[in-house]
Design a protein around this ligand. Structure first.
Ligand code: NDP
Length: 491
């Protein structure tokens, strides 16, 4: 079993720092429910210390703006640091995966993929750092007008527990590449990998203060970060309710926010689809990370003429899925916490009480510790589209199947929730592929494939209850910069 340090301090100014209160929070292993480490519990004073460290890295001590060691670093130098960091993450991939797996309950293979994606984010944004150009704009005679893309300054990053490494990579990678200094608040349930990744950043050459990690409770450290007037931009991933609170706190000091708030993403299967190709993707999109994925394909909408065939084939696969301890590396690990397990149980109790059809259910292996937070994957058939199970994000391994009669109904069902993050479309009809790609209300549409997680290069974000703003790809670099127009009159 992996040995990790007993107690983890905050990471500020490239150093381990104790919180002012001296208090800790327990770290629980979701596979057996036992406490195996402690993290520091930061409060507003610690967040303030981290923000000041970031400000020094960005602005320096004087009055000239952006004159700190990170603020004045050449874009090419920022890129080099990020690429060195990517190499270090690659070199430490196994260790990072082991930490993440124990901390969050992810099977090792999934944790390895997350570490690989993190390295890839830094490679991508390291390569992009010196390719972020402004424009010249044709204006009146005698003028030259140009735009400059400038960093916001100090950015705050509130990271959830489901994909700590990937979400850190996509937001911190882009923010640092664009020249910002960062303060990160990881989720209380998943801090350990990011504390280690931050140390590797210092080894890669990040100057003190360019990246700071404050662990603690959302309502304390997270809220203090969102409210802090020294923060110039906030990137938040998590639930719609907390996202709203963060946006309200940020609005009080006119701070721009990017919100990624999850979804109830549909996959549409038409009768003409390559069903054999679709099946493993449909299953993986809800089983990956035990369904705790913002872009999980948690609804499958199936054309009536193939409905029974597809549900039958899905049921066969669901019945063979196994959940067990993270280190056993099965199809699924445990859910991240007792709280998350209870949330999924509450949804399933409601499904049972409402008489929904439990078409298939995988198993939790016999040797899984009884105190672990396990939930076998469940396939629900004939879920009425207005039912809560078809409308709300469960964030667990529960797939809701619903049938449709025609294309128009398929689109209406797909678009019929308050969310709009990702949609998957399975059909061989080229005209339909293009027509529906336009009609589906989602930030990403996948045709004959589906991309839950991953996709470093692909802009990602939602509509409606799924949030706003885009991360990933080049688009994130625009989000982490502000545009200045310079108009020169020269005659
Ligand atoms: P939250 O939205 O509460 O947590 C997300 C992040 O916000 C965490 O870092 C959390 O810290 C932090 N946070 C919590 N409260 C505040 C606050 N007042 N101000 C600033 N930051 C705060 O999600 P939960 O962990 O409570 O999960 C509940 C549900 O949210 C899940 O079941 C799922 O449906 C959804 N969710 C969606 C995610 C996505 O990827 N879109 C990711 C995670 C959850 P801390 O954890 O320490 O409280």
């Amino acid at each position: 079993m992996l040995q990790v340090a007993e107690r983890h301090a905050l990471f500020i100014d490239n150093d381990t720092v104790e919180p002012v209160s001296g208090e800790s929070l327990p770290v629980v292993d979701p596979s057996d429910g036992r406490v195996f480490a402690q993290i520091a519990r930061a409060a507003a004073a610690d967040v303030d210390r981290a923000v000041r460290a970031a400000r020094r890295a960005y602005d320096g001590a004087g009055t000239e703006p952006a004159a700190g060691p990170w603020g004045r670093a050449d874009a090419s130098e920022r890129g080099r640091v990020l690429r060195r960091w990517a190499d270090l993450i690659d070199a430490h991939r196994e260790a990072l995966a082991a930490i993440e797996s124990r901390d969050t309950g992810k099977p090792l293979t999934q944790a390895r993929a997350d570490a690989q994606a993190l390295a890839r984010y830094f490679e991508f944004y390291g390569g992009a750092a010196d390719k972020l150009h402004g424009q010249t704009i044709p204006y009146r005679h005698g003028y030259t007008v140009l735009t400059l893309r400038e960093p916001h300054g100090v950015t705050g990053h509130i990271i959830p527990w489901n994909y700590p490494m990937q979400i850190f990579g996509r937001s911190v990678g882009a923010a640092l590449a664009a020249g910002n200094a960062c303060v990160v608040k990881p989720a209380e349930d998943a801090c350990l990998s990011l504390l280690r990744v931050a140390q590797l950043g210092a080894e890669a050459g990040l100057p003190a203060g360019a990246l700071n990690v404050v662990t603690g409770l959302g309502g304390e450290a997270g809220q203090a970060l969102a409210e802090h007037r020294g923060i110039d931009h906030i990137s938040f991933t998590g639930s719609p309710d907390t996202g709203r609170r963060v946006a309200q706190a940020a609005a009080a000091h006119h701070c721009p926010v990017t919100l990624e708030l999850g979804g109830k993403s549909p996959q549409l299967v038409f009768a003409d689809a390559d069903i054999e190709a679709a099946l493993p993707v449909l299953v993986n999109a809800i089983v990956q990370n035990a369904g705790q994925t913002c872009s999980a394909g948690s609804r499958v909408l199936i054309e009536a003429s193939v409905y029974h065939q597809v549900v039958g084939m899905l049921a066969d696969r669901f019945n063979s899925l196994r959940a067990g301890p993270a280190h056993d590396d099965l199809d699924l690990g445990p859910l991240v916490s007792r709280r998350q397990q209870q949330r999924v149980w509450d949804f399933l109790s409601e499904a049972q009480a409402g008489g929904l059809d439990f078409a298939a259910q995988g198993v939790v292996v016999d040797d899984a510790p009884a105190e672990g937070f396990y939930q076998a994957p469940v396939l629900l058939a004939d879920v009425p589209p207005t039912h809560r199970l078809a409308q709300e994000e469960i964030f667990g391994p529960v797939l809701a199947a619903t049938r449709f009669e025609n294309e128009a109904q398929a689109v209406a069902l797909a678009n019929g929730t308050p969310y709009g993050l990702v949609a998957g479309l399975w059909t061989r009809d080229g005209a339909r592929q293009l027509r529906l790609a336009r009609q589906l209300r989602a930030g990403q549409v996948f045709v004959n494939n589906y991309g839950a997680g991953g996709g470093v290069e692909l802009p990602f974000g939602g509509i409606g209850r799924s949030g706003y703003g885009r991360e990933k790809g080049f688009e994130a670099l625009y989000a982490f910069t502000t545009l200045k127009t310079v108009a020169l009159r020269h005659g």
